[in-house]
Design a protein around this ligand. Structure first.
Ligand code: NAP
Length: 329
């Protein structure tokens, strides 16, 4: 079977032995994978936990069960599945031992992978393999970031990355009012098409936190899906107003920025909640929701397995709007 491994920041395709499912494991024929910010960081050696550097990359996949090992009860041959982002986090608190695909263990950019049955969930028939592959990291992160959002709440999303687009779609489906930021008129129009009620150009309006206050009559956002980190956090605190909003601490795509004004944070009364994608239970909850409330994942394009490198470069360009997907087989 064919698999990719990184070498000096590039992807190298090679022939590898077909994995054999051990007791309790499922052999998955991978049909599609999608890319996330972390996959690019790991490949480029920029991730804070880069791993060994020789592991098969990519955390998110969809496929079908090719064979099962002894004792497997949850799946049978032919079942459609996606992986969970944290293979050993079933429910409750995240275990301290969690290690990621691509930096702690082999990931999914391969034709076949054998993984424990507890690390997979069933993919509903309503979703294609390409759509299913977009869900394990970005969609589950958006889902857990929005936990507890009520109809009428104002949800602030930042930029048009994978997490943020799912957050727009899921927040709208929950009846929230969505305020989004982005950096181009073209992406602003696409965000509006997805349902964002207000779009602010963060490049043209550097104090966009105040713009969020202005557009909400001075109240600010109730929930902020904070993916920008050092580049956006100070403005997110302004956007939180003073009414005890919740800031879901997700990411750090804005690598540097101004210091946070402590008194702004203190006055805001905001609660900070760190997000770690989610558990298998969170993933199953999301899939149940999607079965009754279909949301079409936004896909920028589907690249061929042969041209996986081009998919990474498209993703790196930040010109994509939606998930970059690779069809595997
Ligand atoms: N904690 C967790 O559980 C978790 C889970 C998933 C992801 N993450 C993290 O969350 C972040 C987003 O991940 P992703 O996969 O969605 O990323 P992505 O798809 O690579 O997002 C890229 C987008 O980020 C936006 N961006 C860049 N700088 C920005 C800024 N200063 N302000 C606002 N937007 C900015 C840009 O949007 P525009 O082109 O519209 O400007 C860009 O297109 C990453 O840091 C990732 O590591 C964390």
């Amino acid at each position: 079977m064919r698999a990719y491994r990184p070498r000096s920041g590039r992807l190298v395709q090679q022939e590898e032995p077909m994995p054999e499912p051990r007791p309790g494991e499922v052999l998955v024929r991978v049909r599609a994978v999608s890319l996330n910010y972390r996959d690019l960081l790991i490949l480029n050696g920029d991730h804070f936990a880069p791993g060994s550097g020789a592991l098969i990359p990519v955390s998110d996949a969809a496929g079908e069960v090719a064979a099962v090992g002894e004792g497997v009860t949850r799946f049978g041959a032919g079942d459609r599945v996606i992986n969970t982002f944290h293979p050993d986090w079933i429910a409750g608190r995240m275990p301290d031992t969690a290690v990621g695909y691509g930096n702690g263990r082999d990931g999914w950019l391969a034709e076949y992978r054998a993984v424990p049955e507890h690390a997979l969930v069933a993919l509903p028939d309503s979703l294609s393999f390409e759509q299913g592959a977009t869900l394990p990291c970005a969609a589950v992160t958006a889902w857990t970031s929005l936990d507890g959002v009520r109809p009428g709440d104002v949800v602030l999303t930042l930029g048009t990355g994978g997490v943020s687009l799912f957050a727009v779609q899921l927040a709208k489906a929950r009846g929230a009012r969505v305020v989004s930021t982005t950096s181009s008129a073209d992406k602003a129009a696409k965000l509006a098409g997805l349902g964002a009620d207000t779009v602010i150009d963060y490049a043209a309006v550097p104090d966009w936190g105040q713009a969020v206050l202005d557009t909400t009559g001075g109240r600010g956002a109730d929930r902020i899906v904070e993916v920008g980190g050092p580049g956006t956090f100070a403005q997110s605190v302004v956007a939180a107003g003073t009414h005890h909003a919740e800031i879901a601490l997700v990411g750090f795509v804005g690598r540097s920025g101004p210091a946070v004004d402590f008194m702004d944070l203190f006055r805001s009364g905001a609660t900070l909640r760190k997000i770690w994608v989610g558990s298998r239970e969170d993933t199953e909850d999301l899939l149940r929701w999607l079965d009754v409330w279909p949301i079409e994942p936004v896909i920028d394009g589907v690249h061929s397995f042969e041209d996986a490198e081009a998919a990474f470069r498209r993703f790196e360009s930040r010109e994509n709007f939606g998930k970059v997907v690779i069809a595997v087989g």
